[in-house]
Design a protein around this ligand. Sequence first.
Ligand SMILES: Cc1cc2nc3c(=O)[nH]c(=O)nc-3n(C[C@H](O)[C@H](O)[C@H](O)COP(=O)(O)OP(=O)(O)OC[C@H]3O[C@@H](n4cnc5c(N)ncnc54)[C@H](O)[C@@H]3O)c2cc1C
Length: 295
Amino acid sequence: MIRPSRGTHIVLPSALLPVNAGAIATGEGGRTIFVLPWLGQTLVGTTDNDYDGDIEHVRPAEEDVDFLLDAAGEFFATELHAGDVAGAFAGVRPLISSGDPRKSVDISRKAELYETSSGMVTITGGKLTTWRRMAKLAVDRIVERNGRHAPCRTHEIPLGMAVEEAGLPRAEGVAEHAYGQLARRYGHAARDVLALALERSELARPILSGHPDLLAEAAYAARREQARSVGDVLLRRTRLGLVGARALCVAGEQAPERVAATIGDELGWDAARRGAEAAAFRAEAREEGIVVTAA
Ligand SMILES: Cc1cc2nc3c(=O)[nH]c(=O)nc-3n(C[C@H](O)[C@H](O)[C@H](O)COP(=O)(O)OP(=O)(O)OC[C@H]3O[C@@H](n4cnc5c(N)ncnc54)[C@H](O)[C@@H]3O)c2cc1C
């Protein structure tokens, strides 16, 4: 029932392509893409092509990267090259197949619920912005099937508490530009991240020079967000592996070692394990294709 579709995004340094509002650009064949200010950089994407490759590691397609560079370059009347890309990433959307060979852009992006005769309930498709509705659909179906009375309360449960950047306590050593990102990323829990930086001053340092993400975030990810690898921190908790992939993977950069040491303290890793985990991140980064090599 699923028709997988790969979407590729690239991140360009904002110094190279500064945007302060989202733009919709048109590329070859009339396909539209978004150019957005994102985490201090410029995000360009997405593409949408049928995909049947490896789903363990979904790499940005070279032709998609070229398409995005050409489309953004043409729209903003500037020259953009593969070597300019700060980081790239791709994902596969589990779109619901309509059974006909139309382009995936026409395929339903809605969630669909199925129940087989054995009673297994499956929900497919959907979007990040509709996950609560999807959960409600699935739970309501089971509640109804079991003849129970359990009205949904999900709309009453807040997603978390927002916090103002100015309202955060200052921790010595934390760069001023880090507070805005902490407030946006963690909301009220930014206080817990800052408490770690207050507790151990080395955690107030950035993971990667020039970027606001703190080593305290790596410790927090291991302690509170179930991060168990350097890749969990750099690719899936913070977004450093996406916005700063090239800088992170340059020969001699020790950021993966810093993250391995920080989460190693939380998880009880010895020196050999820390080294192996930093190396494992570099291998994962290669397999994920986050650094675009210039042709
Ligand atoms: C290119 C693209 C663009 C999109 N654009 C939008 C959009 O604009 N708006 C929108 O609302 N939605 C969008 N979506 C959809 C949205 O990203 C997904 O619906 C959403 O991320 C699904 O969340 P999830 O938590 O169910 O799964 P995921 O975000 O996929 O999380 C699953 C996690 O589980 C981990 N995992 C998998 N297997 C294992 C294992 N065995 N052990 C441990 N961990 C494991 C994975 O590494 C992953 O971190 C887009 C998707 C793609 C691919």
